[in-house]
Design a protein. Structure first.
Length: 243
């Protein structure tokens, strides 16, 4: 800084005025820097918003039909209905036994006997060889094949609680089907729900770990773009189940 003028040194008021001038100059300098920074931030913000609008127009990342319809946590209206159709080799997805094969392969990570059966499922099974049921005998999803002698019950829980002795009763019902040599009771839930409380299933699967891995393993082989888009939206729903 330059030295104060002699008259200002001898005049306290003059010194104060000079100091105030310097403070004003400093303020002006900092204000200029702040305005420059704020301008850069606003410009970048505008660029970010523009990119967001472009992405929204081209890919609609916020759009999810299941969420829009308010059924993202509906066990019956969405999850059991969609999973049963995917597991059905004669289902509306038109991909034959792809989802069923990959489902058995996924189960094989927990149960070798079931995993070994995946190789016995042809890409296009004879009509009616597989029976995929929904809400049959009070079971959310059932998988039956008399040739292979397999019967699987899937109890699906999102938000609903378990009835008293529910899984214990389902296991007795399952094992009462003596015409099937291989029986499995599966309890399916979000991870946040924790283990079942009313009995012991053969397997406890979670949406986040098991169902997600199963569907991802199918994606690259799904030929229909409509089905790929449905799976992408459903996987988005799965990621929110434990929130």
């Amino acid at each position: 800084m330059n030295s104060l003028d002699l008259s200002d040194r001898q005049n306290p008021l003059g010194e104060i005025r000079e100091l105030l001038k310097r403070v004003d100059k400093l303020k002006e300098g900092h204000a200029s820097e702040r305005l420059s920074t704020i301008g850069a931030i606003l410009e970048e913000s505008a660029n970010v918003e523009q990119r967001r609008l472009v992405r929204a127009r081209e890919g609609a990342p916020q759009h999810n039909l299941f969420r829009l319809l308010g059924i993202e946590r509906s066990e019956v209206g969405l999850h059991s209905r969609l999973l049963a159709d995917l597991l059905d080799p004669y289902g509306s997805h038109g991909q034959g036994a792809l989802f069923l094969q990959r489902f058995f392969q996924m189960l094989g990570r927990h149960d070798r006997e079931i995993g070994d059966l995946a190789g016995a499922i042809p890409d296009t099974p004879p009509r009616w060889e597989w029976a995929i049921g929904r809400e049959r005998e009070r079971i959310d999803i059932s998988i039956r094949n008399r040739r292979l002698g397999i019967l699987i019950f899937i109890e699906n829980k999102i938000d609903a609680g378990e009835r008293e002795k529910q899984l214990e009763d389902y296991r007795k019902l399952l094992e009462g089907h003596t015409s099937y040599r291989c029986h499995r009771l599966i309890y399916l839930s979000p991870k946040s729900k924790g283990p079942p409380m009313t009995g012991s299933p053969h397997l406890h699967l979670t949406y986040e770990d098991d169902i997600r891995a199963w569907l991802l393993s199918c994606l690259s082989e799904v030929r229909a773009s409509r089905i790929r888009e449905t799976l992408a939206q459903y996987l988005d729903i799965i990621s929110d189940l434990s929130r």
